[in-house]
Design a protein around this ligand. Structure first.
Ligand code: COA
Length: 322
């Protein structure tokens, strides 16, 4: 039986930092409101010259270096993103070209903030089935491009960034299980109205930005994440205490605290990075993982619970023996 394991991690944040204080000069908000209601202190914003694939490329290079692999080794490339550079070529192909990788499948998938977990699950299946031997899995976003910078209810929440992992085959399970879910009936709680195919609804063209019913998203997120934590533990016959680190989607500190409580886990065992970059959607889980790997908190052999929740609505978790 072949399994997949995470062989290396990487991340990239654009240079430009936008603090809560700066946001006070842009919309009717306060540094304290943002920090206490969300846990966010600053976010990064991509330069005008940078697209999602530029951020993804940098994170990928770091992950490949950490894993000790070269472009010639990669035989599967997937990018979770909601903010592709173009309709096509997809971000996977753009990154593939930049990295000098030829011939392997390369694609992006949109599952909003759950995009990385969805992508990880695909790559894991390809490796476990023997269809791939070295997968590059990226979560990358430039949400600053689709946020209304005049809307205090949303613009304070989001930021840009990218995270990546390299998956390789192993005899022992690295990815123990992935659990994915979605419920399109909640689509109107969190969406972006612009697309390419269907006639826009009245008013959509005037507001091509993220639309969110924050309060309702919050409630569904807490409930859904509690459910997926229970599902993941039950599927692996594990007690809550078996988890060494919770690596959650970084959207709101209060949502993360609720999930940690469900796991009976002190916040010291939760990797928190949202204070530094806000909600970076599909990029947030791999970035948080990379932070904790590089600062030495996450060690080989640790059991990690990765989880995410986002527009769609979509959600997912991955239980990982690092
Ligand atoms: N600064 C100051 N006040 C703000 C504000 C801001 N940036 N944004 C909203 N407010 C105001 C509201 O207008 C409201 O004012 P009112 O009481 O006079 O009507 C008040 O703050 C409370 O708003 P509410 O939406 O009830 O706050 P909240 O405690 O639910 O926090 C969110 C708002 C958005 C932080 C919270 O609902 C949230 O994080 N939801 C989940 C969003 C999310 O994670 N989305 C992505 C999922 S992947």
């Amino acid at each position: 039986m072949t399994y997949s394991r995470i062989a290396g991690t990487g991340r990239y944040l654009p240079e430009r930092v936008l603090t809560n204080r700066e946001l006070e000069t842009m919309v009717d908000t306060t540094e304290e409101w943002i920090r206490t209601r969300t846990g966010i202190e600053r976010r990064h914003v991509a330069a005008d010259t940078q697209g999602t694939s530029d951020l993804a490329e940098q994170a990928a290079r770091q992950a490949m270096e950490a894993a000790g692999v070269t472009a010639a080794d990669i035989d599967f490339l997937v990018v979770g993103t909601t903010t592709p550079d173009l309709v096509f070529p997809n971000v996977g192909c753009l990154v593939q070209r930049r990295l000098g990788i030829h011939g392997c499948p390369a694609f992006s998938l949109e599952a909003a903030c759950s995009g990385f977990i969805y992508a990880l699950s695909m790559a894991d299946r390809f490796i476990a089935s023997g269809s791939a031997r070295c997968a590059l899995v990226i979560g990358a976003e430039t949400l600053s491009r689709i946020v209304d910078w005049n809307d205090r209810a949303t613009c304070v929440l989001f930021g840009d960034g990218a995270g990546a992992v390299v998956l390789k085959p192993a005899d022992e399970p690295g990815i123990l299980s992935c659990h994915l879910g979605a419920d399109g009936h909640y689509g109107d709680l969190l969406y972006h109205p612009y697309g390419t195919s269907r006639p826009q609804r009245p008013g959509d063209l005037e507001r091509p930005y993220v639309q969110m019913k924050g309060n309702e998203v919050f409630k569904v997120a807490v409930k859904t994440l509690e459910g997926i934590v229970d599902e993941t533990l039950a599927a692996n016959h594990l007690e809550r205490s078996a988890i060494n680190w919770l690596i959650p989607h970084q959207a709101n500190i209060r949502i993360i605290q609720a999930t940690a409580k469900r796991l009976d886990m002190p916040m010291e065992r939760v990797v928190l990075t949202l204070q530094d970059h806000g909600n970076t959607s599909a990029a947030s889980v791999p970035m948080a993982l990379d932070v904790a790997v590089r600062d030495g908190r996450v060690k080989r052999g640790d059991l990690l619970l990765l989880e995410a929740f986002g527009g769609g609505l979509t959600w997912g978790s991955a239980l990982v023996r690092f």
